[in-house]
Ligand binder design. Sequence first.
Ligand code: HEM
Length: 250
Amino acid sequence: MTQPAVSSAKRQLTHEIISGGSGLLLALFMWGHVILVGSILTGERGFDWVATMLEDYYIAQPAILAIFALFVIHAVYAARKVPAQLEERRRLQSLAKGLRNSGREHVPTRTKHSPFRPHLESMLWIWQVRTGFIILVLGSFHLVLIGIDIFTPLYGDITGLESISSTARVAAGLWIPYAVLLLCVEFHASVGLYRLAIKWGADLWLSRAAMHRIEQVIFWVVLAVGALTLVVLAGWVDPPLAFLLDGGGA
Ligand code: HEM
């Protein structure tokens, strides 16, 4: 390999590690987020206890800044790969078309055992790019709003998150962008983890079909908990785990 080719390959690997690593950390954070915001399922007391504890021990303040930085790094590095991957996908699609046309009945492109499933893999990738752009807009808005709430007394009675202001803003209409964000984040994260696992060789141990099933289970479970959290925040459903805290907490 020539020197420029080696340094270009090194640069590509560095980009892969940064975009994959930041994506993995964000996906892990989102599972923690489901649990932390999900504290509203135990009632307002549970939510306020979690928020106050994270702020009193100065965990929430650096965390929001770190997540914002990670969010921007991931967006920049993942977006850089989009044009090159788009070109790659186009070539793969036209190759697949050529293969289908040259003897459709002999090319099992649609069976789950085929190593060559350009349609499904490409659709997942295309929707990952689309949801990524939606998350960039709605996620930035959410992070700025939560940042203002954590660092200023602008919302509610105190400096910091409180169930009373969180539930009020969700009920007032924020449930709409949050519902879109939730759907996009869960899809983007579960497909992202699936693609990351394939990229780093997990399909040596597990078949793609098995990994795809795992990805779908993660997607539906986290989406269901997130959706329940959202309807409780909006005040449409009573906290189902209120019995865990004495007196219900609401
Ligand atoms: C440290 C960073 C973060 C904190 C402290 C935080 C905190 C919160 C809080 C308190 C709520 C309740 C609603 C509200 O008060 O407005 C909420 C809801 C939500 N957050 Fe975050 N958030 C963070 C990062 C993120 C990120 C990076 C995303 C995705 C890009 C996200 C997506 C959501 C969604 C979808 C909801 C709706 C509730 C649900 O169904 O889970 N959050 N967040």
